[in-house]
Design a protein around this ligand. Structure first.
Ligand code: NAD
Length: 513
C-alpha cells in the first residue's frame, strides 16, 4: 500500500487551501467567515473552511429533501452497493486519511489509521445490513388477517460530531443511515473541520461516479449555532449528536421540544475494577492504554481505577513504572505513546482539574504538567498524571477530557467496588479485571455494572463495530454502530391486512350497520 507524506496526503484528500464551507455532494458553497484548523501537533494552521450561512443551510436542506425522494425509493441492497464502493475508496485512502486525522486531531498515527479501519468495517457491516432490514410477522387475533412490521426510512438524519473521533462517528451514523434509506447532513466539530471536508470529498466522488443525486451526503460547518439550525428544524426527523453531556442536555431538549428523535452519545466516567484475582500483566496494559491512549481524549478512556486493597501497592508501583516509560511527543512519530490534547482550553481544563483534585484532598502519585521546549511548541503536550482520590470528590464525579487517572481502594467483596463504579452520573464504559468466575458473572448481571458497555478482562477503552455502542444515565442512552442499532434510523410501521370477505373488529367489538 502507498504511504503519503503529510503534504501529499492533504493534497490527495483535497483539503489544502480549501475555501468551501457547505457541501451538498460535490457542490461547495463558500459561506461566511472562516474556521481555521490549527494542528495541536505543531501549532501550525493546516487550512481553513467557511462557515455555513442560513441561506446555505436552506439550500442544503432543500437539496437533501430532493435527494431523499430518489434514494429512499432505491432497493436497500442498491444503496448497500454505494456504501460498499465507499468502503473500498476508504481502503485506498486509509493512509492519507489516517494521517490527516492524526495531524488535525493529535491522536497517534496507529489510532488515526485505526479510525479509518473502523469506517471500513462499518461500511462492510452496512453492506450486509442492506439485505437484513428485517421486520417481524405477527399472528393476528382476527380470522383471515395477517400482521407484519415494516421498517421505513425517516428522511434527513443530522449528525453532530465531537472532535476526538472526527471521522469514525460520522461513518457509524452514515453507513447505517444510508442503507436505511436516509440522507445525511453532517456538522463536524469546529475543532477538526478538515477531516470532514476530506470525507465529504470521498463520498461525493463515489456518488458522482454512480450518477446519484446531490444531497445524499451533505456537510455544514460552524459551531453550536450551525448545530442549532438542525436541532430546531422540524424537517430533520432524527438528530444524532456525539459530544459533551452539557451539549447533549441542550440538543436533547431542543429536539424533544418539537417531538423529533435523537440519538445522544455523550461523556463517560469509565472505571476499571481490579480484583485481587486479576492478572496484573493484562491489567497493566489495559489500564495504561485506557488512561493515556489518545491523550485521555476517548469517550471510553479509563478515568478511575478501583483496586482491591490487597494488591493496591503492588499495582500502583507497576503503574508508576509504566508511566515513567511513556514517550510523549509528535503522534505522527510511531515511537511516541502519547500525543497532544486538542487545544489550549483543554490544557487549561487539565491543569484546573489537577489543582481541584489536590484541593479536595487528592494525593498526586505521578506528577502532571505541561511540556515545553523543542517538539512541544504547540503548548498542547501534557504529562499523564495519576492521583489518589476518593470517588465522591466533585472532580472525580466529572469527566475531564485529558490524561488524568484517579485511583482508589476497595476492600471486601466485589459489590463494594461495583457500588463505587456505578456511583457517578455517567454510564458509558466499564471493566473488571478478574479470573474469578463468580465476580465476572456478578459484574455482568443486572446488579453489576450499570453501563452500556461492560467488559471482563479487557480495558474500558475502544469497542468493536459489531456491538451496539452507547451508554446509560447522563451518557444519553443512544446506541450506534452494530447489533440492531439501525432501528433508530428507521420508523416502524405495523401493517394489518385482511384477506377475508368480512370486517371483524379487534377485541371482538360488534358494530353492525
Ligand atoms: P462538545 O460537546 O463541545 O461538541 C460536540 C459537538 O456538538 C460539536 O460539533 C459542537 O459544535 C456541537 N454543539 C455544541 N453545542 C451545541 C448546541 N447547543 N447545539 C448543537 N450543537 C452543539 O464536545 P467535544 O469537546 O467536541 O467532544 C468531547 C466530548 O464528547 C466528551 O465529553 C466525550 O466523552 C464525548 N464523546 C462521546 C462519545 C460517545 O460515543 N459517547 C464519542 C466521542 C466523544
Amino acid at each position: 500500500k502507498k504511504t503519503y507524506g503529510l503534504a501529499d496526503a492533504l493534497k490527495k484528500l483535497g483539503v489544502k487551501d480549501h475555501n468551501g464551507g457547505t457541501s451538498t455532494g460535490s457542490n461547495w458553497m463558500e459561506g461566511t467567515g472562516k474556521i481555521s484548523s490549527v494542528s495541536p501537533v505543531d501549532g501550525k494552521e493546516i487550512a481553513s473552511v467557511g462557515v455555513t450561512t442560513a441561506e446555505d443551510y436552506e439550500k442544503t436542506i432543500q437539496t437533501a429533501e430532493e435527494a431523499f425522494k430518489v434514494w429512499s425509493n432505491m432497493p436497500a441492497p442498491a444503496r448497500g452497493e454505494i456504501v460498499r464502493q465507499f468502503g473500498n475508496r476508504l481502503r485506498e485512502l486509509k493512509d492519507p486519511l489516517g494521517r490527516l486525522v492524526s495531524y488535525e486531531m493529535g491522536k497517534s498515527l496507529q489510532e488515526g489509521w485505526g479510525e479509518v479501519q473502523e469506517m471500513i468495517d462499518i461500511c462492510d457491516f452496512g453492506v450486509g445490513l442492506s439485505r437484513q432490514l428485517y421486520g417481524l410477522t405477527i399472528k393476528s387475533e382476527r380470522p383471515d388477517h395477517s400482521m407484519q412490521e415494516q421498517w421505513h426510512p425517516l428522511g434527513i438524519t443530522a449528525i453532530i460530531s465531537a472532535f476526538n473521533f472526527p471521522v469514525a462517528v460520522w461513518s457509524w451514523n452514515t453507513a447505517l443511515a444510508w442503507v436505511c434509506g436516509n440522507v445525511t447532513v453532517w456538522k463536524p466539530s469546529e475543532k477538526a473541520p478538515l477531516t470532514g471536508v476530506a470525507c465529504q470529498n470521498i463520498i461525493a466522488e463515489v456518488l458522482k461516479e454512480n450518477d446519484m443525486p446531490e444531497g445524499i451526503s451533505c456537510l455544514v460547518n460552524g459551531d453550536y449555532k450551525v448545530g442549532e439550525m438542525m436541532t430546531k428544524d422540524s424537517r430533520v426527523p432524527l438528530v444524532s449528536a456525539t459530544g459533551s453531556i452539557r451539549m447533549g442536555k441542550i440538543v436533547g431538549q431542543e429536539v424533544a421540544s418539537r417531538l423529533g428523535k435523537s440519538i445522544l452519545e455523550l461523556g463517560g466516567n469509565n472505571a476499571m475494577i481490579i480484583s485481587k484475582e486479576a492478572d496484573l500483566k493484562m491489567t497493566l496494559i489495559g489500564a495504561v492504554f485506557g488512561a493515556v491512549g489518545t491523550a485521555g481524549q476517548r469517550c471510553t478512556s479509563t478515568r478511575r481505577l478501583i483496586i482491591h486493597e490487597d494488591i493496591y501497592d503492588e499495582l500502583i508501583d507497576k503503574m508508576k513504572n509504566a508511566y515513567a516509560q511513556l514517550s510523549i511527543g509528535n503522534p505522527l512519530d510511531e515511537k511516541n505513546h502519547v500525543g497532544p490534547v486538542i487545544d489550549q482550553d483543554s490544557v487549561n481544563n487539565y491543569l484546573k482539574a489537577i489543582e481541584k483534585a489536590k484541593a479536595e484532598g487528592g494525593k498526586v502519585l505521578v506528577e502532571g504538567g505541561v511540556l515545553e521546549g523543542e517538539g512541544y511548541e504547540s503548548g498542547c503536550y501534557v504529562k499523564p498524571a495519576i492521583i489518589e482520590a476518593e470517588n465522591h470528590f466533585e472532580i472525580v464525579q466529572e469527566e475531564t477530557f485529558a490524561p488524568i487517572l484517579y485511583v482508589m481502594k476497595y476492600s471486601g467483596d466485589v459489590e463494594n467496588a461495583i457500588a463505587l463504579q456505578n456511583g457517578v452520573k455517567q454510564g458509558l464504559s466499564s471493566a473488571i479485571m478478574t479470573n474469578n468466575m463468580q465476580e465476572a458473572h456478578r459484574y455482568l448481571s443486572s446488579r453489576g455494572s450499570d453501563c452500556g458497555i461492560a467488559n471482563v478482562n479487557i480495558g474500558t477503552s475502544g469497542a468493536e463495530i459489531g456491538g451496539a455502542f452507547g451508554g446509560e444515565k447522563e451518557t444519553g442512552g443512544g446506541r450506534e454502530s452494530g447489533s440492531d442499532a439501525w432501528k433508530a434510523y428507521m420508523r416502524r410501521q405495523t401493517n394489518t391486512l385482511n384477506y377475508g370477505n368480512s370486517l371483524p373488529l379487534a377485541q371482538g367489538i360488534k358494530f353492525d350497520i
